[in-house]
Ligand binder design. Structure first.
Ligand code: BDP
Length: 680
């Protein structure tokens, strides 16, 4: 299967002079030291160079080798630890340098073995993208210490919100027997610099509660070994009620000494099996999950107790902020779900242990195609934070529609929170740089499964790749990421690069235009969240709404007349959202309830915008199919077919979206389309 290797296909270099120059530069290699991580780097360099150049570098001594790779100080040619790059970039534990002066050897050096592995992948990428390697002076360090993937995998093999097959970890209530696929996965993670993975669903059911029990820990340890060889630390999602369900205690109250002792003993046992265990991911008091609220405790009490259990071993607690009352009364506007996370957590700022990080979804609701950035990012100055993104396309087409999410994530990362005045980016609130926090980073819900190509839609691999790139460097540009992914995946054909990058870069906008308008969200089928449903959630207890009636639409979240959510932002952001005229069009209905005739900044009325964007969006979805068809023969046949099937479906489904949404608003408003197009 062509898609299995993803961006690590290592296409043969076709430009002969370039291949010759690469061959000369990569004739031989020395890698002092031995360890599983260094072995992985060695294997990767050898296999990758062989595939691209036809010959693997010969082993040599460090004095003679054309490539010398290793930890600083492990050989004189690697230099001392103090080495910094041309731009004086600080090298942290995962950073590396790649250097070559005229006619000198290529030096790949890092402070840690993991850094050496990252240097190896970066070096290979230079060749994969056809870069010159005559002179090299690369110094790079990740912006985020924690670069994490969350799996929502269940032990029966199903994946919550999974659209690419079944779990690669679990099958029929057990761990899979053969770990080779997990090894290939670990390799993919390391190749983009990801260093942490939680392998089970945040909704921890009975079977997964047992993952921290002694009978399953040997299996957990086997999987952790596989990840460790690629520098990835393993985490587990835990059930807050585990002391009761597993330990037989009468309570899970975090302030009960017996409960704390139980967790401390559990942690000790886990670390006997997995010495570098990352820690726990916790979804508590959310969507029917147990948590500290049951005992009248707050989330700092809850998280700190687990943090104390892990601290002696170096583990951390990733505590999710997706906490809201999912059975609220929809008539009570004050229980606005968008407010919930901030209302719960902001008062606790500064009360969490140093080894707790709060994991905050990028938006205040739930991974909609368009949301404002969560005000908690930048709202808490004395608490470690992680930004949570969703790679799996739950609300963005479920890997049947094309939706390249990197531009959406970029908007969230580049969002100015104004927490420390202008230029206080959300990415820096998350990394910890803004508030001098030690732990910080990005986490994202995986979109992979056991489909032969990992992600179902072949182009959805770009989202996985893109997340890794942004977790390392949030300043990377969406179009650069797209282009390098295409090159590494499909090779250097300029037509493929041009067509696919255009398709990727426009796809979020296209998807948004034929689905829910202007930030209102949620016009999807309840439960599975696929396809249009105009009122599916409108009168449901889950408490999400568009408030459409015959006069207008949108949720009033202003302080003046609505839920007051806008006040959770720093000024001037809060003023901008509060003001009907200053609020950006694309979020208008998230913040304001307006008549259909309200004029947007674009000059169009809301209703005409809805009609136009839905007609145009469906047309543009159809064009995606035509553009993909132009690549037949230029991309691997299987990939072509797999994606084509999806583009055919997307084009049809986009029409269904268009027609349902337009018809609904036409019937509600009674206002016809200015261009007289057919609306049923
Ligand atoms: C929502 C999903 C649900 C998850 C929940 C979460 O619909 O399946 O359990 O988020 O993040 O997006 O906990």
């Amino acid at each position: 299967e062509e898609g299995y290797a993803c961006w690590l296909r290592y296409h043969a270099v076709e430009d002969e002079p370039l291949r010759q120059s690469y061959l000369r530069a990569c004739a031989s290699i020395a890698m002092p030291g031995a360890s599983t991580v260094l072995d992985a780097a060695r294997r990767e360099l050898s296999d990758g160079l062989r595939a691209m150049l036809g010959t693997a570098p010969a082993p040599a001594s460090a004095e003679d080798a054309s490539i010398v790779a290793g930890v600083f100080g492990s050989d004189p040619r690697l230099g001392a630890k103090s080495l910094t790059g041309a731009e004086g970039v600080r090298l942290d534990e995962d950073g590396f340098v790649i250097r070559r002066s005229i006619d000198g050897p290529i030096v790949l050096a890092a402070n840690t073995e993991r850094g050496v592995l990252y240097a190896a992948f970066r070096f290979l990428k230079l060749l994969q993208t056809g870069a010159s390697i005559e002179r090299l002076d690369v110094t790079d360090s990740p912006a985020n210490r924690l670069r994490m993937i969350n799996h929502w995998d269940n032990m029966d093999g199903s994946i919550e919100r999974g659209y690419a097959g079944r779990s690669i970890f679990f099958r029929d209530g057990r761990f899979v027997e053969h770990l080779s696929r997990i090894r290939d996965y670990a390799r993919l993670l390391a190749s983009v610099g990801l260093n942490a993975v939680s392998i089970n669903n945040v909704n921890v059911h009975a079977a997964e509660t047992r993952l921290i029990a002694e009978d399953l820990l040997p299996d957990v340890a086997r999987v952790a070994d596989v990840f460790r060889a690629y520098g990835v630390r393993l985490f587990l999602s835990v059930n807050y009620a585990a002391p009761i369900e597993l330990g037989g205690l009468a309570t899970a109250d975090p302030l009960d000494p017996e409960v704390a002792e139980w967790w401390a003993e559990r942690a000790e046992t886990i670390y006997r099996y997995v010495p570098d265990f990352g820690g726990f991911v916790v979804k508590a008091d959310s969507e029917f999950r147990p948590g500290p609220f049951t005992y009248g405790r707050n989330h700092a009490d809850g998280a700190n107790m687990l943090a104390d259990a892990l601290a002696p071993h170096g583990g951390i607690v990733v505590w999710r902020c997706f906490v809201y009352n999912c059975l609220q009364d929809w008539r009570d506007r004050k229980t606005d779900r968008a407010r919930a996370a901030y209302d719960h957590f902001k008062p606790l700022d500064g009360r969490f242990r140093d080894n707790v990080a709060l994991q905050i979804k990028n938006g205040p609701m739930d991974f909609q195609v368009r949301e404002p950035v969560s005000p908690l990012l930048g709202g808490m100055t004395n608490t470690n934070q992680l930004m949570e993104l969703q790679i799996t396309q739950e609300y963005t087409g479920q890997q049947r529609h094309l939706c390249y999410l990197v531009p959406q994530w970029k908007e969230a990362l580049d969002f100015d929170t104004y927490a420390r005045g202008e230029g206080s980016l959300a990415s820096e609130a998350a990394s910890g740089a803004l508030f001098d926090r030690l732990i910080g980073g990005l986490a994202a819900v995986s979109n992979i499964g056991d489909d032969p190509n990992w992600t179902g839609h072949p182009l959805a691999q770009a989202n996985f790749y893109g997340f890794g790139r942004l977790a390392w460097d949030p300043r990377a540009a969406a179009d650069d990421i797209a282009r390098e992914w295409i090159r590494m995946t499909f090779g250097g054909d300029p037509q493929v690069i041009r067509v696919v990058s255009d398709m990727l870069l426009q796809s979020w906008d296209i998807y948004e235009s034929y689905t829910a308008p202007l930030g209102v969200g949620w016009m999807v089928n309840p439960n599975h969240h696929y396809g249009p449903n105009v009122d599916g959630y409108e009168y449901a207890k889950w408490g999400t709404y568009h408030f459409a009636d015959r006069q207008g639409i949108g949720v009033d979240r202003t302080v003046a007349s609505g839920t007051g959510y806008t006040s959770q932002y720093h000024s001037p952001r809060s003023d901008r959202y509060e003001s009907l005229s200053a609020c950006p069009d694309e979020l208008l209905l998230f913040f304001h309830h307006v008549p259909y005739t309200h004029l947007l900044a674009s000059g169009k009325s809301v209703i005409q915008h809805i009609y136009d964007s839905h007609f145009e969006g469906a047309d543009r979805a159809a064009e995606l199919l035509a553009r993909w068809d132009s690549l037949q023969g230029a991309v691997p046949e299987a990939t072509f077919r797999e994606a084509r099937e999806r583009f055919v479906h997307q084009a049809e489904h986009a029409k269904e979206w268009r027609d349902q949404i337009n018809t609904y608003f036409y019937r509600k408003s009674g206002i016809p389309d200015a261009h007289g197009r057919t609306i049923y």
